[in-house]
Design a protein around this ligand. Structure first.
Ligand code: SF4
Length: 193
């Protein structure tokens, strides 16, 4: 799998304290994407799913995170690996949130019925659709733009998300090595929250 980074605990990409994975690789190339450095896999190091599962389980032992968020890049462009990964960590939490630039309807055309069934079984929430910069509104929480939908596959998670959404956009600054990384949903350039 192509992975850029894994950080925890993060409190700005879903309810509670979360482990967040950023995958590498995205062919959508939405204008003004917040993470264009994650589009290309050419120079990326590849990790086995087993290695990533081991890292996630080790972090869980240390932090007891509440949920997992998988962003990117587009995680669902690594379909086989992501389904295997999700299957192997679903016992850790009932709340796995995945971002994708595809709409669910597009996925349903491109994936088999069984692959869609597995995705819906393993994750609680899918945030779908491409990023549209002109629809990046500051009151759109957890999503980059208003066209993106929050699709619940486990209804019991909905209350926690409703509370999170009522709190507005949040940003958390995290040191990664010698770099300061700003984690969360950012406003359009030139706008303040
Ligand atoms: S789908 Fe996401 S990662 Fe890919 S270009 Fe669009 S905003 Fe960026």
């Amino acid at each position: 799998m192509y992975i850029d980074r894994i950080l925890a605990p993060i409190e700005t990409l879903g309810p509670g304290r979360r482990l967040v994975i950023w995958t590498k690789g995205c062919t959508k190339h939405c204008p003004h994407c917040a993470n264009p450095e994650l589009w290309d896999t050419a120079a990326a190091k590849e990790y086995s799913v087993s290695d990533i599962v081991t890292i996630i389980r080790n972090v869980y032992r240390e932090t007891k995170f509440d949920g997992i968020t998988i962003s990117g890049g587009d995680p669902l462009e690594q379909k086989e690996d992501i389904l295997t990964l999700l299957e192997r960590v679903q016992d850790l939490t009932e709340d796995i949130l995945v971002y994708t630039g595809y709409t669910l309807e597009e996925l349903e055309r491109l994936w088999t019925e069984d692959e869609i069934r597995r995705l819906k079984q393993y994750i609680s929430v899918l945030i779908d659709g491409p990023y549209i910069d002109t629809q990046n509104e500051t009151d759109v929480v957890l999503r980059g733009s208003a066209n993106q939908r929050i699709l619940y596959f486990k209804e019991k998670q909905k209350d926690a998300y409703e509370v999170y959404l009522s709190e507005g956009r949040k940003i958390q600054n995290v040191m990664m090595g010698d770099k300061l990384i700003s984690v969360g949903i950012h406003n359009r350039k030139g706008e303040c929250s």
